[in-house]
Design a protein around this ligand. Structure first.
Ligand code: APR
Length: 249
């Protein structure tokens, strides 16, 4: 890692009145949750249509089998890694004001981040689209497939956004507000290929905000809007960045 880039990034963050982190699957890769795209991505093993809302509505039994395997068996034991922890510490020390995540794994929240906007929802809750009940995930709830609403018996759906579903309105409004309010966008571990989430850093850049990006490889943003590109694994870079911010903090 080029120390000068790290120092520049740390200085921008220290001098900003408001910093927002915008995270994607790359942040959780080191917790053992594979990203969606790329050579070892989820979509090399599973068909993305499983997470299409029309498929789910038509074939809930089939869809739930795969959803259970991916989200409630394979990733059940995933723990926050150093990147989640460093981001939570940045917030508690006042260097970061909010975090917008596309991840549905709840790991930022587990690490202690408080202001977390779940742009794509959260896998750790199930919702009933009939009576609007929300239920924290539990063994008993997913024992029988497909899981049904304890109140009204309707088939439950994970409380995350499927392909074809709109972004939760409050999350979208908050994110748009941050494109105006935050001076620095810290974009970590996302390809910038899935819209509308992907458009947020572009919006911020058009409004004159600084884009600092952390990724193991260039993304859609890197050569278009990124001001400072810190190449490397999210855990290592966020740790080093926090240390650098502290030095002069
Ligand atoms: N550290 C930093 N970045 C990493 C790491 C790591 N250890 N490992 C992978 N990456 C980067 C990859 O280089 C890639 O740019 O993380 C990114 C992961 O990209 P995607 O799998 O496309 O994930 P994301 O951008 O979050 O996907 C967006 O797509 O399917 C939907 O709803 C789903 O929220 C998801 C959305």
């Amino acid at each position: 890692m080029d120390i000068k880039l790290l120092q520049d990034a740390a200085e921008k963050i220290r001098n900003a009145a408001r910093v927002v982190a915008f995270t994607g699957a790359g942040v959780s890769a080191e917790s053992g949750i594979p990203p969606f795209r790329g050579p070892n991505g989820l979509w090399t093993k599973y068909d993305a249509h499983t997470l299409d809302i029309n498929y789910f509505n038509r074939h809930p039994d089939e869809a739930w089998k795969t959803i259970k395997e991916i989200f409630y068996e394979n990733f059940r034991k995933a723990k926050p890694n150093d990147a989640h922890i460093a981001l939570a510490e940045m917030e508690s020390r006042g260097y970061l004001q909010s975090l917008i995540t596309q991840n549905i794994d709840n790991l930022h929240q587990k690490a202690g981040s408080l202001i977390v906007v779940e742009y794509h929802g959260n896998s750790q809750r199930l919702i009933c689209r009939s009576c609007n009940g929300h239920f924290p995930i539990s063994e008993s709830l997913i024992q029988n497939m497909p899981p049904t609403c304890p109140s009204c018996g309707e088939i439950l759906k994970p409380d995350f956004i499927f392909f074809g579903e709109p972004i939760p309105i409050k999350a979208h409004q908050f994110a748009l507000k941050e494109t105006m309010a935050a001076d620095v966008w810290l974009v970590i571990g996302t390809t910038g290929e899935v819209f509308p989430a992907a458009s947020l850093p572009f919006e911020a850049k058009y409004k004159g905000k600084t884009i600092i990006e952390i990724n193991i490889q260039p993304s859609n943003y890197t050569y278009q809007i990124t001001d400072i590109f810190l190449q490397g694994p999210a855990s290592q870079i966020t740790r080093e960045l926090l240390k650098e911010i502290h030095k002069h903090g």
